[in-house]
Design a protein around this ligand. Structure first.
Ligand SMILES: C[S@@+](CC[C@H](N)C(=O)[O-])C[C@H]1O[C@@H](n2cnc3c(N)ncnc32)[C@H](O)[C@@H]1O
Length: 233
């Protein structure tokens, strides 16, 4: 097989292997999906924690996460404040069952609930959630503006939504992002928000080092954008 050359952070993977990894990151499936889910959870835990920081978690909050992966971060999240109720949506059956298994093993099933959905229409009523967050899913949103407005629909009037994503410049160093990822800079994301029913209230950026078995160590720049419903929504 011909190996791609002069690629940064592809660890010598072939084009077919990179495509397979990209597909697993966007929708983990089967045994390989379970391994990728574990790798994502470990590699992205700092991003996930950064997303919680600006949510002002409060006793009794009802929380929604979009694209939870294997959800191995939930013990930490649910111990942050008393009486949180968590709903998780993902498009991957494999991630739903891994998340349920983790919650069962860690005695979290009574506080958590998971559903598969189509990645576009949220199966909840208007103004259901106090807090919503999503980490590393924006690259896969099919209709970003419609999806933001759909998220706004299920958020309570004074609710908060954090979106966490890796900056385009870092993504360009990861060869697998050539396959099916839509990349965002802060300004591209802000332009999207301006067209939506949301308002941006906090914008933060972070730099960390990604270390994993699959990815070469690289410096990663990422954004945490905190949104609230606009006055006209
Ligand atoms: C790159 S992984 C990120 C997982 C985890 N949030 C993290 O950062 O480690 C993307 C996850 O989002 C899911 N996903 C992809 N598109 C989605 C969508 N439109 N809504 C919700 N989840 C989605 C995938 O199945 C996968 O579990």
């Amino acid at each position: 097989m011909i190996k791609k050359e002069n690629q940064f952070a592809n660890n010598g993977m072939t084009k077919e292997e990179l495509k397979e990894l990209a597909s697993q990151l966007g929708n983990p499936d089967g045994e390989k999906g379970i391994q990728v889910g574990q790798m994502m959870n470990e590699t992205n835990i700092a991003m996930t924690r950064s997303g919680w920081q600006d949510l002002s978690l409060t006793t009794g909050d009802i929380i929604l996460e979009l694209g939870h992966g294997n959800a191995n971060h939930l013990e930490e999240l649910l111990n942050k404040v008393d009486n949180l109720t968590y709903f998780g949506l993902d498009i991957s059956e494999t991630m739903k069952s891994e998340a349920e298994k983790y919650c069962l093993e860690n005695n979290l099933s009574h506080k958590t609930s998971f559903q598969i959905y189509d990645g576009q229409r949220l199966p909840f009523k208007e103004c259901t959630f106090d807090k919503i967050f999503t980490v590393n899913t924006i690259y896969f949103w099919q209709s970003p503006l419609e999806f933001l407005n759909e998220i706004s629909r299920v958020l309570k009037p004074n609710g908060l939504f954090t979106v966490v994503f890796t900056d385009e410049e870092t993504m360009n160093k990861l060869s697998f992002t050539e396959f099916g990822f839509t990349k965002y800079t802060d300004t591209k994301f802000e332009e999207l928000v301006r067209q939506s029913n949301f308002e941006l209230i906090i914008k933060k950026n972070y730099i960390d080092i990604i270390k994993s078995k699959i990815l070469t160590d690289i410096e990663r720049e990422y954004w945490v954008m905190t949104l609230t419903k606009g006055t006209n929504s």
